[in-house]
Design a protein around this ligand. Structure first.
Ligand code: C2E
Ligand code: MG
Ligand code: MG
Ligand code: MG
Length: 283
C-alpha cells in the first residue's frame, strides 16, 4: 500500500514536472515573440538625496503581455537569464533606456539625470557586450556619462579579470557601475576593491527591519563604512517609511530609492514627479 502511494506520488510529481516544463517552454516561446513584437516597456523609479532632490533614476523592465497584462520582471527575467533570450532582451532594454536619456536631454529638469540599467551576469559575460553597449550609445546619441550599469554579486562568480577589463573599457567612455542588492551575495572584499564601481546599493532586505533588527542596523552601518573607505556612494533600496529614511541618514546613508518617494512608473510619471517636487520646493 505504501508502495502504491509512493508510485502515485511519483506519477503526480512527474506530471507536475511536465506541466512546469511545458509552462516554461510556453513562457520562452511567448517571450521570444514578445521581444520581436516589442511588447516590453521600461518603468522608471526616482533616486533622491537627503533633501529629497532627484539625483537619478533606475529603469525597470515590464512585459506588456497581450493576454496576461503587465508582468513584473521577477516572473520572466530568471527564465530569460537561463536561456539566451536575455541577450536580445537586454539589448532592447539598453536601447530603450538610452532613447529615454536622449528624450530627457531636452527637458532642463532632467537633462543631467543619470539613468541606471540592470545588467544580467550572462549579458556582461557575453563576448559582444562592450561592443553592443558602445554601439547602442552611438546609435541613440545618449551621453555615456549618464548611463550607469547595475551589476549584482552573482556577476562575480565568473571570470573576474575579464569582467574588470570590460568594466574598464566602458568606464573609459564615461559609463559608471554600481553593485546592486549589496550584502545578499558573497563578494570578497578583495575583489570589491578592484572593481571600478561608483556605488553600492544596500539591498532592501536590510532596510525593511532596520528599526527593529539590530543585525540589519549593524549591516547597514558596515556597508556605509565600507563605501566610505572605498570611496563609493551608498544608496539604500526599498525605503518605504520616513522612519527608515531617518535611521538610514543616522547611519550615514544619504541616498535613497523606494516607495516613500515614488513607485516605478512610466517616463511621464517621473516627469510629473519632478514637476511636483519643483512646485513643492518653490512654496
Ligand atoms: P532591483 O534591480 O533590485 O530593483 C529594485 C526592485 O525593488 C524593483 O522591483 C522595484 O520596483 C522594487 N522596489 C523599489 N522600491 C521599493 C520599495 O520601497 N518597496 C518594495 N517592496 N519594493 C521596492 P521590480 O521592478 O519588480 O524588479 C525586480 C528585479 O528584477 C530587479 O531588482 C532586477 O533584479 C530585475 N530587473 C528589473 N528590470 C530589469 C532589467 O531591465 N534587466 C535585468 N537584467 N533585470 C531587471
Ligand atoms: Mg537594480
Ligand atoms: Mg536591488
Ligand atoms: Mg533585486
Amino acid at each position: 500500500e505504501a508502495k502504491a502511494a509512493g508510485r502515485n506520488a511519483l506519477r503526480f510529481f512527474n506530471q507536475q514536472m511536465q506541466t512546469a516544463a511545458m509552462a516554461r517552454i510556453r513562457l520562452e516561446t511567448d517571450m521570444r515573440q514578445s521581444i520581436a513584437a516589442q511588447h516590453f516597456l521600461l518603468h522608471y523609479q526616482p533616486q533622491v538625496d537627503q533633501h529629497g532632490q532627484l539625483i537619478g533614476a533606475e529603469a525597470l523592465v515590464r512585459w506588456q503581455h497581450p493576454q496576461h497584462g503587465l508582468i513584473p520582471p521577477g516572473e520572466f527575467i530568471p527564465v530569460a537569464e537561463s536561456t539566451d533570450l536575455i541577450l536580445p532582451l537586454g539589448r532592447w532594454i539598453l536601447q530603450a533606456a538610452c532613447r529615454q536619456l536622449v528624450a530627457w536631454s531636452s527637458d532642463p529638469a532632467l537633462a543631467e539625470l543619470p539613468l541606471a540599467v540592470n545588467v544580467s551576469a550572462r549579458q556582461l559575460h557575453h563576448p559582444g557586450f562592450v561592443a553592443d553597449v558602445l554601439a547602442i550609445l552611438a546609435e541613440t546619441g545618449a551621453n555615456p556619462k549618464r548611463l550607469e550599469l547595475e551589476l549584482t554579486e552573482s556577476h562575480l562568480a565568473a571570470d573576474i579579470e575579464e569582467m574588470i577589463r570590460r568594466m574598464l573599457q566602458l568606464q573609459s567612455h564615461g559609463v559608471r557601475f554600481s553593485l546592486d542588492d549589496f550584502g545578499t551575495g558573497y563578494s570578497s572584499l578583495g575583489y570589491l576593491k578592484r572593481l571600478p564601481l561608483s556605488r553600492l546599493k544596500i539591498d532592501r532586505c536590510f532596510v525593511r527591519d532596520l528599526l527593529s533588527d539590530a543585525n540589519d542596523a549593524a549591516i547597514v552601518r558596515t556597508i556605509v563604512a565600507l563605501g566610505q573607505s572605498l570611496d563609493l556612494q551608498v544608496i539604500a533600496e526599498g525605503v518605504e517609511t520616513v522612519e527608515q529614511r531617518d535611521a538610514l541618514l543616522q547611519s550615514g546613508c544619504s541616498l535613497y530609492q523606494g516607495y516613500l518617494f515614488a513607485k516605478p512608473g512610466p517616463a511621464a510619471d517621473l516627469q510629473g514627479w519632478v514637476a511636483g517636487a519643483r512646485r513643492a520646493g518653490n512654496r
